[in-house]
Write a protein that binds this ligand. Structure first.
Ligand code: F6P
Length: 349
């Protein structure tokens, strides 16, 4: 009897957990006599027909590996050449695929949703270290990134303490401060600054003053890359607003920590350093929690396909693995709630 075939791709910024999800898709599909073809480099794969085989022999060791063996890109098939959508449809036919599993963040899920509205049989798996996809408690990649940022803060704490310094730690997160809030709490940051709640320099300086008054001669500031600081003139100061944008219209961020360093040095006269964690947060082996989450989401995605329940995204909802519509997944960007922000500020200063 001939076996069914499905495709899988990883799109957007990579993160730990993608490989365990790919592995779970392949293992679970095999249980249902389904073969899996990997599309390379995000949506560029199905546009160009670039694939790699994903048999059981290929995926044994990838549970431990960071990144994605499929490669990734921020290709947006709805931007540029209009024939790209037809190419995707043609290639899905050419490779005789019953359905496609798209593993990605808001952009990848957005494309998956549009394609699914055009009749393609697609199931999504939510990933991003930013944890900003709605309809899932957590995205894969987030737990590992929190761990990396927290461990980095632990290291920065000891050197800050030795030199009586203020160290600013710039953490990824363009619109959402989840990663900064979680790692700031876990790493015991004295000030946590996130994109959702802009603060001015007085707020930051008062917090540092209160740290000092407690007899602590050093401080750690966790700041998300997309944070805006309100200047003395009341205007928001944002890093790199003139940087180039990607295919989904996102500006490349980075540098708010350096700006804050200069402002704080001037204002306080203290020794201030700034560290950008950057892509370190996206690299390395997934944590145990991330491996379990990624595996569970991969399993659920294949279950959707087996049950012909397309147009869905596997999700963690209220602690249970379930499924939501792709529409729900992309409906709203999940930003930090007031409640969680308040919690993150409890030990400020
Ligand atoms: O994956 C999301 C993200 O980590 C954002 O927080 C960050 O701004 C962006 O990716 C950077 O991605 P890249 O440099 O790979 O384009």
């Amino acid at each position: 009897m001939s076996r069914d075939k499905i495709g899988v791709l990883t799109g957007g910024g990579d993160c730990p957990g993608l490989n365990p999800a790919i592995r779970a898709v392949v293992r679970m599909a095999d249980r249902h006599q389904i073969d899996v073809v990997g599309f390379k480099k995000g949506w560029a794969g199905p546009i160009q027909g670039h694939t790699m085989p994903l048999s059981l022999d290929h995926i044994d060791e990838i549970l431990l590996e960071g990144g994605t063996i499929l490669g990734s890109s921020r290709t947006n098939p709805y931007k540029g050449d209009p024939s790209h959508i037809q190419s995707i449809k043609d290639n899905i036919k050419k490779f005789n695929l019953r359905a496609l599993v798209a593993i990605g963040g808001e952009d990848t899920m957005g494309v998956a949703h549009k394609l699914s509205q055009e009749g393609l049989l697609i199931v999504g798996i939510p990933k991003t270290i930013d944890n900003d996809l709605d309809a899932t408690d957590m995205t894969l990649g987030f737990p590992s990134a929190v761990q990396v940022a927290c461990e980095s803060m632990d290291r920065l704490r000891s050197t800050a303490r030795s030199h009586d310094r203020i160290i600013i730690v710039e953490i990824m997160g363009r619109h959402a401060g989840w990663l900064t809030a979680y790692s700031g709490i876990a790493g015991g940051a004295d000030v946590i600054l996130v994109p959702e709640f802009s603060q001015n320099l007085d707020f930051i300086c008062e917090s540092l003053e209160s740290v000092k008054n407690r007899g602590k001669n050093y401080a750690l500031i966790a700041i998300a890359e997309g944070t805006k600081i309100i200047g003395d003139d009341g205007k928001e100061i944002l890093s790199q607003s003139k940087a180039p944008v990607d295919a989904f219209g996102h500006v490349a961020l980075g540098g708010i920590g350096d700006l804050l360093q200069t402002m704080l040095k001037e204002r306080t006269g203290r020794d201030v350093r700034s560290v950008v964690l950057g892509h370190t947060q996206r690299g390395g082996s997934p944590t145990a929690m991330d491996r379990v989450l990624s595996t569970a989401l991969g399993v659920e995605a294949v279950k959707c396909i087996v049950e012909k329940d397309y147009g869905k995204m596997a999700a963690l909802k209220e602690g249970r693995i379930s499924r939501v519509s792709l529409q729900e997944g992309v409906g709203r960007l999940k930003t930090l709630s007031q409640e969680f922000y308040d919690f993150s500020q409890l030990f400020r200063g």
